[in-house]
Structure formats: structure tokens, C-alpha cells
Design a protein around this ligand. Sequence first.
Ligand SMILES: [Mg+2]
Ligand SMILES: [Zn+2]
Length: 216
Amino acid sequence: MDCRRRSDKEPMRSRAVFLDRDGILIEDTGYPTRVEELRILPGAIEAVREVNQAGFLALVVTNQSAVARGMIDETGLRALHAFLTRRFNEGGARLDRIYYCPHHSEFGSLEYRLACSCRKPEPGLLLTAAEELSIDLSGSCMIGDRMSDIEAGHRAGCLTILVDSGASKTGDKPVQDPSRRRPDYVARDLKRAVRWFTRYARLTRPRAANDCSERG
Ligand SMILES: [Mg+2]
Ligand SMILES: [Zn+2]
């Protein structure tokens, strides 16, 4: 159990829990543009802390077409995200990074109006994170409250968990449309989702995420 003896030829790859933002970490209130509108969901901070403690990166992947729609600019969005990260930190939980897609295929100035590869259900945000942070996607998981989250996770090669709290009021409800990919697991809330995944990861891969034990 000595990190320093790990072979250089086999760089350590991280594993991640990708988290949708609206409906998973904060209330899905539409397009929040001010910090006062960010309402962290009950149990979300504790759940992220569990992700941290289990040795996974906690990465947020969020569609923010509010930018394309001109409701907030990227500077404002980053400020919201910095505030959110601080609030989680104060609760002893770490959001390692927040990735967002500011685009929309129908709205916005030319800069943002495009059929991009990062708006979920496209897997671009997850793939970018994997590239930047050297993530083992097959050992990672995507947790979201819409089927577009599940699709993005599948296409990135992750395990997928749908959180169906029954509280979604928005159009793309977390119904399990049989014509689309099914999540690997459906949980009632984020805490249960995280618990299921960390247990699954322990059972299927005895080498804990990001640990430094050696292969036999
Ligand atoms: Mg959502
Ligand atoms: Zn995009």
C-alpha cells in the first residue's frame, strides 16, 4: 500500500460522480440568475460529502441555456457557481469542478446559438472533464433527474442513476420512456443515489476510487 511504488507506466485515473445541478443539487426553479434564488436541496451537501469521502471527484455538469437566452452572462454564471461551491465548502463538502453548457440550438447570439456537443443529452461536458482530469469513465457515474442526463451519461460510458423524487414540474419529466435508454438505477433522492453507487463501486471494484493500493 505505497503510492510511490506505483508503476509510472500506469498513471492513476480518477473516478467521478457527475452531478446534474438543477433538481439534484439545487431546486429546479427555472433559470436562477441571482444567488438569492439558489436553494440547495435538503441532503445535497451531505450527499456530496459522501462522494468526497468515498474518493470520487464530485463534478457538476449542467445545461445553462440561460446564457444563450441572454438572461445571464458567463461571468454572472461563474459567480453563481463560485457562491454554490462556497456554500458546499461551508458544509464540509467539495464540488471539485462545475462544467456548464451555455449554448442552445435555437436561442441566442451567434456565439451561443449552435447545436453543440456539450448540451446534454450530448456527452461533451463529461468527455471534457474526463480529458482534463484523466477520469476513468467506465468507473464513474452520472446522476440526474432527466432522461437527457441519463442519455449523456450512457454515451460517455458511465453508469447512470435517475433521481425521481416525484417533484419534477418541468417538461422533460424523469419518466422512463421505454424507447430511450434506461438508467442503471432509480433513486428517490440524491443521498440514496450516492449510497447505491458507492456501494456498487466497492463491490465491483475492490480497489477503491483514487486509492493507492497496488495490483497483485
Ligand atoms: Mg436537472
Ligand atoms: Zn454546449
